[in-house]
Design a protein around this ligand. Structure first.
Ligand SMILES: *Cc1c(COP(=O)(O)O)cnc(C)c1O
Length: 380
């Protein structure tokens, strides 16, 4: 703790961003989405998910995602309750045939590997890991039937290009914080799954998965094989329901309304390319700012691996003439700027900033000015 109590710092009003939400999920929800939610009111909220109004909403989410991602014919958007964490269990039952290979480079990517390792019906997964702040590379291996990648490792701010290890490999991607903000090529992926509380500015609790025709074949083959699968985690049941614009059990309707509203905005903005351009603009602001400050450094050394949606910025520690990142966060919080804390288990003197499409690049610029002002006051 420095001599100045960070919570006592008051920043000039003109420095502050228009919106102070920079979290990595749940993340900033645009006011227009809330207006859409209020407008959905009586016609939708509190009505049956087996009737036309909600089914149309689910249909609109599915077609909006297919158009955002430019999915080829034959792909399906499948959805169910439980968020990305539950999808790891869904995949353990319904996608991995016997042996998976996992690229592990942070907290989230390690969790899917753990789920596969714990499953008694699967072989012990192959794990390729690398130091935090980098990502490992997949190794094409004949026995592997599923390659598990993470498009953006939210705990470290590392992104990776999605490419099949070889032509016939089956690739499953955790895109929870990437989907809607990063570019990808459907020809390199079979399952691209995520939850709506990050780039899609909605609430958590739902998982969505874009599935290739090969993935659908795999889902149907495993379902026909007689493997025991709990119904709530059964991907074939989810697929059948999704084809009818439904979910197996009751979804949160407000989450779907917020998601659909954000998707319409993203597609009107110009689709995935336009969303990615906004994120890249924010990323360029924050990384070039960090490189120009003696007490800040982008955590990810390789610029090609630096995430365009989640920036991790190391701060020089107080003992080396910098400041405690927790003090920066506390001062920002006292000024209405929230969720700039680093991922706790990473244990670094670091800030982590969500730069999802909903976040204004100008607000990211304002945030950098606020951090400058806070550091100025906190440094001895
Ligand atoms: C947030 C996140 C998750 C967890 O999502 P939940 O919906 O909370 O289960 C998984 N993977 C990545 C990459 C994430 O960013």
């Amino acid at each position: 703790m420095s001599a100045t109590d960070p919570r006592s710092i008051r920043l000039d009003q003109h420095l502050l961003p228009g919106d102070g939400r920079f979290g990595c999920g749940p993340s900033k929800v645009r006011p227009e989405q809330l207006a859409d939610l209020a407008a959905a009111g009586r016609g939708l909220l509190g009505t049956s998910h087996r009737q036309a109004p909600v089914k149309n909403l689910v249909g609109s989410v599915r077609s909006g995602l297919a158009s955002l991602f430019g999915l080829p014919d034959g792909w399906q958007i499948v959805l169910g309750n439980g968020g990305s964490t539950v999808f790891w269990d869904v995949a353990t039952f319904g996608l991995i045939e016997n042996l998976s290979q996992h690229l592990v480079f942070g907290e989230f990517s390690s969790k899917f590997a753990q789920a596969a390792a714990a499953a008694p019906h699967l072989a012990d997964p192959l794990v390729i890991d690398s130091a935090p702040g980098t990502h490992p590379r997949a190794v094409a291996t004949t026995e592997v039937d599923t390659y598990a990648f993470t498009h953006n490792e939210t705990s470290t701010g590392v992104m990776m290009d999605l490419r099949r290890p070889d032509e016939s490999s089956f690739v499953v991607v955790d895109a929870t914080s990437a989907a809607g903000g990063l570019l990808w090529d459907p020809s390199q992926v079979d399952v691209y799954y995520f939850a709506p509380q990050k780039c899609f500015a909605s609430d958590g609790g739902l998982w969505l998965a874009a599935c290739s025709p090969t993935a659908i074949e795999r889902i149907e083959r495993i379902a026909a094989s007689g493997r025991w699968v709990p119904a709530s985690l059964d991907l074939k049941i989810a697929l059948d329901n999704s084809r009818a614009d439904q979910t197996y059990n009751t979804p949160a309707l407000a989450t779907l309304v917020l998601l659909e509203s954000q998707l319409r905005w993203m597609n009107e903005l110009g689709g995935l390319a336009a969303c990615n351009a906004r994120c890249r603009q924010s990323a360029s602001i924050i990384y070039s700012w960090a490189e120009s400050r003696p007490w800040a450094t982008p955590f990810v050394a390789d610029p090609a691996q630096r995430s365009e949606v989640v920036a991790t910025i190391d701060i020089t520690t107080a003992s080396d003439g910098g400041v405690d990142a927790n003090d920066i966060c506390a001062a920002l919080l006292a000024n209405g700027i929230v969720d700039t804390d680093s991922y706790r288990k990473l244990g670094r003197n670091q800030l982590r900033i969500g730069m999802f499409p909903a976040v204004e690049p100008d607000d990211v610029r304002a945030l950098t000015a606020c951090i400058d002002a806070v550091v100025e006051r906190l440094r001895p």
